[in-house]
Design a protein around this ligand. Structure first.
Ligand SMILES: CC(C)(COP(=O)(O)OP(=O)(O)OC[C@H]1O[C@@H](n2cnc3c(N)ncnc32)[C@H](O)[C@@H]1OP(=O)(O)O)[C@@H](O)C(=O)NCCC(=O)NCCS
Length: 174
């Protein structure tokens, strides 16, 4: 059974290991070098201090197999009701609903916090797992930045997908 909960300080090592794997071996993140645990801890602390959710998913035996958080899409203040999401699942935990469980709770938390738009900036047009995950939560395609990155010896697109949160743009923010 997959359980989603708030992350704790002692989850950071596992979070850094999961992210480090995907920085090294994937195209979802445009970072080239895995950040260390200290850097991941300060990024997480900054998001929590600003009121964004930072969640982990554990499997039946309590092992953390994925994490997700929301953060500012861009820092200029008119963007303050818009969040960008991040979801990463351990390579041996993929394809079992962990991403879906994390996304569901992340959306719920962001709606409860009053945010109105979630943006996914997906590394690589061929990232079918991520594009399908987002489409399953009614994210619509919002744009494509062709060849926006260069990683692992090739150009990498950014796929933009968006999903309204709560009443979305149907009314002004509360
Ligand atoms: C993308 C990711 C978060 C998805 O999480 P997951 O736990 O593997 O996915 P789930 O099991 O919850 O499945 C979600 C959907 O994606 C589909 N999916 C999952 N893996 C897939 C794959 N390899 N190929 C095609 N579709 C896939 C599932 O069928 C499911 O679609 P459905 O709801 O229509 O059945 C995860 O694979 C991952 O961490 N990938 C590497 C990092 C990354 O790309 N992160 C996203 C950053 S934007």
């Amino acid at each position: 059974m997959i359980t989603v909960r708030d992350s704790r300080d002692d989850d950071v090592a596992t979070i850094a290991a999961i992210y480090g794997h995907w920085v090294r071996h994937g195209l979802a993140s445009f970072e080239l070098e895995p950040p260390g645990e200290g850097e991941m801890a300060s990024r997480r602390a900054a998001l929590l201090a600003a009121g964004y959710p930072y969640l982990v998913a554990s499997n039946g035996d309590g092992r953390v197999v994925g994490y997700a958080y929301a953060g500012p899409y861009r820092t200029r203040p008119a963007y303050r009701f818009t969040v960008e999401n991040s979801v990463y699942v351990a390579p041996d935990g993929q394809g079992r609903g962990v991403g879906r469980a994390l996304m569901s709770e992340l959306i719920r938390r962001c709606e409860a916090a009053g945010f109105r738009l979630m943006v996914a900036v997906i590394g690589d047009s061929a990232n079918t797992a991520s594009i399908k995950l987002h489409a399953g939560f009614r994210f619509g395609h919002a744009g494509l930045l062709p060849a926006a990155g260069w990683k692992h010896g090739r150009w990498v697109d950014s796929v933009l997908m968006t999903r309204p949160l709560g009443p979305g743009a149907a009314m002004p923010p509360g």
